[in-house]
Design a protein around this ligand. Structure first.
Ligand code: ZN
Length: 493
């Protein structure tokens, strides 16, 4: 029995949609995975990720959790799922990337890497074996092999040496991984994933009912708005009868009236977006019901990582070495580490479609909305990036018309939501003006609201991507989406 099941459901050019079933959730791909570095997606509660955004998989960082609270505490608390209460899928990285990017003091040998904690300077050691042991204690659904990440500007020889060691480490990772699975060291093990899936399906049905209630509430709000509008119109007529010194006031009321009408239109737009989402959810449920009959082993899955920086022949070599060992899925590492965008696209163009067709392809640590679209176009299925939450904390919001920074003075009197086309709960309720005020006064809610919206925007974008691939319209979607992103793009964010 296999730990995960992977099925391609539609394809347009190299872009593809698929269903990835793990022991804990059904994930439609292409998928964006929110990053939960310390066992939390910074500033965003799991309730929102589950109920509103419907995220099916998030990331945990081995390096950070290894240093604090430590693998032993998490094992004692029953694994990362029980510890954090996140019950859907988790992917954990190997810790390699952080060791090589966060710590200055390290000693790299064939055996592994000795480094000093960036927190207290204490000596630590990570190796393929140790990384597999920590990830078993975390109990994630998808485990990453321990790899070496050379710097983005590494030369050919250094990159070649590094990827060859990464391949040897991948083999050691797999051997230790298998031992740990056999020894029952994986805290996330599920005896019978099928019954778990059925339980989740029932939850999804409940969620659907909740969504329908939300929709009918929104419709009620809309009709209230309409009534308010009529009242305003009556008031305006009354005002017209009043004295000439009130003419200015009348003008203001008329202006307000126009704003209200605009708001009403926006609400209508949001409503129709919600309706679309709802029907997509319904369709997906049907797909899941069909899918949840295949038996899974209940164990962890292990992904290999392809390195080679911007050197195409080294990428090919790394691909061969990695697929030779054989993994449940394959990741592309060492991109988005400071190289030119054109290099990343060139590597993806060369590499992605050569990766096994029958396994998910994961581009690590990428990226901006345009990066996601471009990578999907070249055949990538999975992504993760800290950008939505990191930018959220600095006041930067991703929107369908490009990035905006809420610190900008022009938003001080802007009653529009962060993104007029976004159906998220932040955009349904709060204005740019208010969020800017929160940000300027140092209120923590500002970062929370923008992070929430950013994640919702990323997940919603991937939903649209999947929809367009299924309808055979991805190429058109890609063109329209990228053109629209240019509209607001600022240089100061
Ligand atoms: Zn939003």
């Amino acid at each position: 029995m296999q730990p995960i099941e992977w099925t391609v459901t539609a394809q347009e050019g190299e872009a593809r949609t698929g269903i990835l079933r793990t022991r804990r959730s059904v994930i439609e791909t292409p998928v964006f995975m929110p990053v939960g570095t310390q066992g939390t997606v910074k500033g965003v509660r799991y309730e929102f990720l589950e109920d509103e955004m419907d995220a099916r998989i998030i990331l945990g960082n081995t390096y950070h959790l290894f240093l604090r609270p430590g693998a032993e505490i998490i094992r004692e608390m029953g694994g990362l799922h029980r510890f954090s209460t996140w019950n859907r899928s988790l992917l954990t990285d190997s810790g390699g990337f952080q060791v090589f990017s966060l710590t200055d003091l390290r000693k790299l040998t064939e055996e592994g890497v000795e480094f000093r904690s960036h927190i207290d300077g204490s000596k630590k050691f990570l190796s393929p074996e140790v990384s597999m042991e920590i990830q078993a204690a975390l109990g994630s659904e998808i485990v990453m092999v321990f790899d070496e990440c050379p710097p983005g500007d590494a030369g050919y020889e250094q990159t070649k040496k590094s990827l060859e060691m990464t391949a040897r480490w991948a083999k050691r990772s797999k051997d230790r991984f298998n031992e740990l699975q056999d020894a029952g060291m994986d805290t996330g093990f599920i005896e019978n994933p099928l019954s778990e899936a059925q339980k989740q399906l029932a939850d999804a049905h409940k969620q659907l009912t909740d969504r329908e209630k939300q929709l009918s509430d929104a419709e009620k709000q809309l009709s209230d708005r309409k009534k308010q509008l009529t009242d305003r119109e009556k008031q305006a007529t009354d005002s017209k009868k009043q004295l000439s010194d009130e003419e200015k006031q009348l003008l203001d009321t008329e202006k307000q009236l126009i704003d209200r009408e605009k708001q009403l239109l926006d609400t209508k737009k949001q409503l129709s977006a919600m309706k679309k989402q709802l029907s997509a959810m319904k369709k997906q449920l049907t797909v899941e019901e069909k899918q949840s009959t295949v038996e899974l082993s209940g164990r962890q899955a292990l992904f290999g990582i392809i390195q080679g920086a911007g050197h195409l022949d080294l990428r090919r070599q790394s691909l061969e070495l990695t697929t030779e060992i054989g993994f449940d899925g394959y990741a592309i590492g060492g991109l988005s580490v400071g190289e030119e965008k054109s290099v990343m696209y060139e590597v993806l163009e060369f590499l992605a479609h050569k990766m096994p067709q029958d396994a998910p392809r994961y581009l690590m640590g990428v990226g901006t909305p345009e990066d996601l679209i471009e990578a999907v176009h070249r055949g990538v299925d999975m992504f993760d990036c800290v950008m939505p939450t990191r930018n959220g904390r600095t006041g930067s919001a991703f929107t369908s018309r490009g990035k905006i920074n809420i610190r900008n003075a022009k938003f001080a009197r802007d009653s529009a939501p962060l993104d007029e086309e976004c159906p998220c709960s932040v955009c349904r309720r709060y204005s740019r003006s208010y969020i800017r005020h929160l940000y300027q006064t140092g209120e923590m809610l500002a970062a929370m609201l923008i992070s929430h919206h950013n994640l919702a925007f990323f997940l919603d974008t991937m939903r649209k991507v999947r929809q367009s691939i299924k309808l055979g319209r991805f190429n058109q979607f890609r063109k329209d989406f990228l053109r629209k992103l240019q509209e607001n793009e600022q240089t100061d964010v």
